[in-house]
Design a protein around this ligand. Structure first.
Ligand code: SF4
Length: 737
């Protein structure tokens, strides 16, 4: 038996794991006590890796539809079929007739992050969608506008803070999101243990609220007005101080004027928090020696998501907590593509969706309009869909209409490990290797880490015979769609490497670029191929890198591989102003596109509150819908329940364990009722990712407890200004079923 060390890729926490293998089988998965970041922490999902490897439903061979049925095919035949079908649609209807959707696991896949862009460029379509627009897009927009990069997101310095205010997040269950913090529960408990404060503002008294020093119920969608009212109180009480941002931020007077429109007394009734509490929250936050404000899915996946995400960072800036130890700080990852590239102004809305005229953000359109683009005839109508690690039928609002749309397509191709509710409709499914069969480092998530760390793990398990790596699948599709199917994969990989080298040398300081040309760097990178070569480049040109100088010390892939538990690069360090990538190197506190959205906030405040609204609910044993197919994660009591406050249950004649019919503008579902005073009155909650009863899907464990898809009632017309779906705060009616 051999024990190999790597990072769990199943959520954003990046826990170090020790995987014991024997004869190609996984014997054990444990937390790695020597991982400098997670220090042995593990959650039950990690056991899912063993189950995932063994799952008989996981695809190990490609499937191609023949005579209406998906049948196993050879890899060459499956590639040829996928390329032929996608290219056929492009030839007949133009490039924009092919849409592409990237699911959430792409963020955890080194191969997909590094080689997905080559495939998307080869498709040449503007019909690009991803899970970002059902998740964190508002935070990306505000980070780009305020700090110059969509992942330049300040994260709470949990290990040193005296107070953290958590809006719309449940890190004890999610294990942290847009905040990479393994063992986050222990870190939050440590804040309380050292006399600090953990304050949770949420329409549900969550598992995180249970360990907090204070919990405040808030009406879903009320985060932006509440935060602006706190800011008004800070100005009114003379508590505003910029701290490290002083001299780097513009627009304080404009923010003062904006906040003056939202005193606590104006917003209190609408947000469900009394004015005295709002003013006290502001004073308490300002009084803490150090403090951080943090918001997550409840603040982003709602109608006012961009305003809420912006206001979270305004509180950090205006209380002097941005970029100081114990406040909200910026990570400095070891590997970061485009680190040295100069940036122009952030331009959103460079093109618009064909049917509804919705603006793009970061090259993508809101996925809530994908059904419109498929179902509405005309020039540019979408006729084919490529999904990569995605199950949009369960993860996108208005799932009923989207199912009709995807079923109507001419061509569907999927890169996916499962025949799920979406990929069951595919014409071709190309399964990548499972997580333990891939090299791994957290290229995206270390940008959001609360401590600087680096780690790289080669594949723990061998791939099945003739199984290509995920990057090889993506690159084979890319060159096929560029009419170069016969070109050797190695040559295509060299092109990808040369492009990345050119981008990394562009703008790099002289001590890194040292007058080198691309050929010099290609030679210095040696014989590695695929993601390993690209990561070596990023490490060596990064802030901890060896800069290709022998004797300098510093990181390279070879150096990192000698540290299988990972390398601790220390606590977060102040990074202003160097971290700023805005054109003038400053922080605009009141970006025009965000300020322009305040009219919608005014309308929200004036609108009568619906009698009942629906919010989501994260669960410890679930993240992606396919996790419902893993026995260790699926076991236990029914989890797809509608949680309802006792007063609402009495008023609506609902009984615990009975069935409730939940109806919205777009559909209805029937779910078991769980009565709980953890809910705010007037708010009901359903978890997402269920609804595993579709014909043709092969997720047999999930099918045994199918639950219902919350996205049959979430409304695809409810969006934030960024285009992000508003899952939280959906008006519904609830009645006994
Ligand atoms: S918290 Fe996340 S990274 Fe850690 S073991 Fe669980 S699923 Fe894996």
């Amino acid at each position: 038996m051999t024990t190999l060390y790597r990072t769990c890729p199943l959520c954003e926490a990046t826990c170090g794991i020790a995987v014991t293998v024997e004869d190609g089988a996984v014997r054990d998965v444990r937390g790695d006590p020597d991982d400098p970041f997670s220090r042995g922490h593990l959650c039950p999902k990690a056991w899912g890796l063993k189950a995932l490897h063994e799952d008989p439903d996981r695809l190990r061979r490609p499937l191609v539809r023949v005579d209406g049925e998906l049948r196993e095919a050879s890899w060459p035949d499956a590639f040829a079929a996928a390329i032929d079908k996608l290219d056929g649609v492009r030839q007949r209807h133009g490039k924009d007739a092919v849409a592409v959707y990237l699911g959430n696991p792409v963020a955890h896949s080194l191969d997909a992050l590094l080689y997905g862009p080559a495939l998307i460029r080869a498709l040449g379509t503007t019909q690009r969608y991803s899970a970002s627009s059902v998740d964190q897009l508002p935070k990306m927009v505000t980070a780009a506008l305020m700090f110059g990069g969509e992942l330049t997101v300040p994260v709470p310095d949990l290990d040193r803070t005296d107070r953290v205010m958590i809006f719309g997040a449940n890190p004890v269950v999610s294990n942290g999101s847009l905040m990479t913090a393994p063992g986050v529960e222990d870190r939050l408990k440590a804040i309380v243990a050292r006399g600090g404060q953990v304050v949770v503002v949420d329409p549900r008294r969550t598992e995180t609220a249970a360990l907090a020093t204070e919990h405040v119920f808030i009406r879903p969608g009320g985060d932006a007005p509440l935060l602006l009212a706190m800011i008004e109180a800070l100005f009114a009480d003379g508590l505003v101080t910029l701290g490290a941002a002083d001299g780097h931020a513009d627009g304080v007077d404009e923010i003062r004027a904006i906040a003056a429109r939202y005193p606590a007394e104006r917003v209190a009734a609408a947000v469900g928090v009394d004015a005295a509490t709002i003013r006290r929250l502001a004073r308490d936050h300002a009084a803490a020696a150090t403090a951080a404000c943090y918001g997550r899915i409840g603040t982003t996946a709602q109608e006012l998501g961009t305003l809420a995400s912006w206001a979270v960072d305004l509180v950090n800036v205006l209380t002097g907590n941005l970029d100081r130890p114990g406040g909200a700080m910026f990570a400095d990852p070891a590997a970061l593509p485009g680190r040295h590239r100069k940036r122009g102004p952030v331009r959103l809305g460079r093109f618009k969706s064909r049917v509804l005229g919705l603006p793009e953000a970061f090259g993508e359109l809101p996925v809530t309009t994908l059904a419109d683009e498929i179902l509405t005839p005309g020039d540019g109508q979408v006729r084919a869909l490529l999904t990569i690690a995605g199950n949009p039928l369960l993860s996108v609002p208005g799932g009923g209409r989207l199912a009709e749309a995807i079923a109507s397509l001419e061509v569907r191709v999927a890169v996916d490990i499962y025949r799920n509710e979406t990929t069951r409709l595919a014409d071709v499914i190309l399964p990548p290797p499972m997580a333990l069969q891939r090299d791994h480092t957290d290229l995206a998530l270390y940008q959001l880490a609360i401590r600087n760390v680096a780690k790289y793990a080669p594949a723990t398990l061998d791939r099945e015979p003739d199984q290509p790596a995920e990057w090889e699948i993506l690159l084979t599709l890319a060159k096929g769609l560029m009419g170069m199917a016969a070109a050797p994969l190695e040559a295509a990989d060299d092109v990808v490497a040369r492009e990345l080298i050119a981008r990394e040398l562009d703008g790099a300081p002289a001590e890194i670029a040292q007058g080198w040309r691309g050929d010099d760097v290609m030679t210095a990178l040696g014989d590695r191929r695929g993601p390993a070569r690209l990561i070596d480049l990023l490490l060596r040109t990064g802030p901890y890198g060896d800069h290709f100088r022998s004797g300098r010390g510093g990181l390279s892939l070879a150096a990192l591989l000698r540290q299988p538990h990972g390398v601790d690069l220390g606590p977060l360090r102040p990074r202003l102003p160097g971290v700023l990538r805005t054109p003038d190197g400053r922080i605009p506190l009141a970006p025009a596109p965000i300020v322009a959205d305040l009219d919608r906030l005014d309308a929200w405040l004036d609108r009568p509150a619906p009698e009942v609204v629906l919010v989501g609910r994260r669960q410890l044993r679930s993240n992606n819908s396919w996790m419902h197919n893993l026995p260790p994660l699926a076991k236990g009591k029914e989890r797809c329940t509608l949680r309802v406050h006792p007063d609402d249950a009495a008023r609506l004649a609902l009984v615990d364990g009975g069935q409730a019919r939940v109806t919205s503008r777009v559909g209805e579902v029937v779910a078991p009722v769980e009565i709980s005073d953890e809910m705010m009155p007037g708010v009901v909650s359903l978890p997402h990712g269920f609804g595993h009863d579709a014909d043709g899907a092969r997720l047999e464990v999930a099918r045994a407890k199918p639950g219902v898809s919350a996205n049959l009632v979430t409304d695809d017309a409810l969006r934030d200004v960024s285009g992000n779906a508003a899952f939280n705060g959906v008006p519904v009616t609830v009645a006994p079923a």
